[in-house]
Design a protein around this ligand. Structure first.
Ligand SMILES: [Zn+2]
Length: 451
């Protein structure tokens, strides 16, 4: 059973701040969840609901200027005299259609676009965005505002000479930290939903632990997870979930912990509390002492078929019986004959990557579907089964199902935190881990009090 879920918050002074004082508010689950789950919307998803949700009753009505004008939103007294007309961009709408819907002709549209490069952003519009128009008392257009997201808009203002100049307005959301926990009865997905997580967050959680846990085969009823994550607010209203900051997963008798680290170079990745990468590395080459006999080439003449046929892998020629090594930690998802591949093994690495090893003479002992494989472990031996002109390994590397050149593909960073960065890493991640544990304890306390 999933516990009723008291979601709690603390206000963080800043995302990475060393704020020691924080306010912990525990609230009963029902109403909190209700208000929380109402806006599970992605910033970039271009869904019409994005802005509708926030400006629900403002569409096609005069907009209070505090919603359309950033300067005014910082002002305590909204200028209600401004009479904006707002149109939401729909599929198939052109800018001309939008202007027409606002009762404005193409001539007016071109006067806004002008010949300035920066005004061209107005012609690149996407469904879900909003365009607002403001006219003066003489029914002349004076301002146009393109609202791309709650965080980004562009205002085009008419100048004295009649042309329009644009100004980009960006806002920074306020970040709060939210806590969530769940217990699995059937699937991570259902447990995540009951815990109030969005679909995207559940996927993110699966991605973080995906190198260590197979979420289909390894999951048992009673497995538990908890996490803290960012929630982004604008004007006191949540509009989006941010990153997962720290998470814990109890899978059978294993306890796994991951924490986000934002490095100074702007990259962010998940690590164990000790600073090891949650993602595992790949080695570039699956066979020692071999030569590459054929490269990745989408227009190769096939040596057996004598036809142009994409070669979506790398061939390593070596004598029959040469051992083949798994290039990364993972799980075997296929062992057996597979058409032209002959005897083949496919390994899944995390959520995104698979590698395929073909034309084997035989499989290594113990290599079976569902079996966990370590990087460098021997999985089979070179042969010429299937469509092969001689003994060689045909090796494929796929990212999200798409074939990549294994010699050139960017492999995931999997290095531990360098010693020099370790102090910064600890400083940043200790706070997150401490918060995760504080929340977890408070949750238990609240759950016990409720009994
Ligand atoms: Zn090949």
């Amino acid at each position: 059973m999933i516990h009723p879920f008291p979601k709690s918050h603390i206000l963080a002074a800043s995302a990475v701040g060393i704020a020691i004082t924080f306010i912990l508010i525990l609230s009963p689950s029902g109403n909190v969840n209700a208000t929380r789950t109402s806006i599970p919307i992605e910033l970039n998803s271009q869904q019409p609901s994005l802005l509708d949700e926030i400006k629900s009753n403002q569409i096609a009505k005069p907009l209070p200027s505090n919603l359309t004008n950033q300067a005014a939103s910082n002002n305590a007294i909204p200028k209600l005299t401004e009479n904006w007309q707002t149109i939401t961009v729909k599929n198939g709408h052109s800018l001309s259609t939008i202007f027409a819907l606002a009762g404005l002709n193409d001539k007016v549209m071109y006067s806004v676009l002008g010949n300035k490069k920066q005004n061209k952003s107005l012609s690149q519009i996407f469904p879900g965005e909003q365009i607002s128009f403001l006219e003066n008392t003489n029914d002349e257009l004076t301002k146009v505002k393109l609202t791309r997201s709650p965080l980004e808009s562009i205002v085009y203002t008419k100048t004295k000479n009649g042309s329009f100049k644009s100004k980009k307005v960006t806002r920074k959301p306020e970040i709060q930290i939210a806590y969530s926990e769940g217990e699995i009865t059937s699937s991570l997905f259902l447990a995540g939903q009951s815990a109030g997580l969005s679909q995207k967050q559940i996927m993110e959680l699966a991605n973080i632990f995906g190198w260590d846990i197979d979420f289909i085969l390894d999951i048992r009823s009673g497995d538990k997870f908890n996490l803290i994550y960012e929630e982004l607010y604008l004007d006191g209203e949540k509009y989006k979930n941010g990153k997962i900051l720290a998470a814990k997963f109890s899978n059978q008798d294993r306890e796994l912990e991951a924490v986000l680290y934002r490095a100074k170079d702007g990259t962010s990745n998940y690590f164990t509390p000790k600073g090891n990468s949650m993602r595992k590395a790949f080695i570039r080459t699956p066979v020692d002492f071999a030569r590459i006999s054929s490269h990745f080439n989408l227009r190769r003449k096939h040596p057996v078929l004598h036809k142009i046929r994409a070669h979506k892998g790398t061939d390593y020629a070596a004598s029959r019986g040469t051992p083949i090594k798994a290039t990364g930690d993972g799980k075997v998802i296929h062992v057996g004959r597979k058409g032209g591949y002959g005897k083949a093994v496919i390994i899944q690495h995390g959520q995104k990557f698979t590698t395929l090893y073909a034309h084997m003479s035989k499989y290594a002992r113990g290599v079976r579907t569902g079996k966990r494989i370590k990087q460098g472990q021997i999985i089979g031996y070179i042969g010429s089964t299937g469509l092969a002109s001689g003994p060689h390994l045909h090796y494929e590397f796929r990212v999200n199902g798409v074939h990549k050149n294994s010699l050139k593909v960017k492999l995931p960073h999997a290095k531990p935190i360098p010693k020099k960065q370790l102090a910064d890493f600890k400083l940043q991640t200790h706070l997150y881990l401490a918060q995760l544990s504080t929340f977890s304890k408070s949750y238990q306390l609240a759950a016990n009090q409720k009994l």
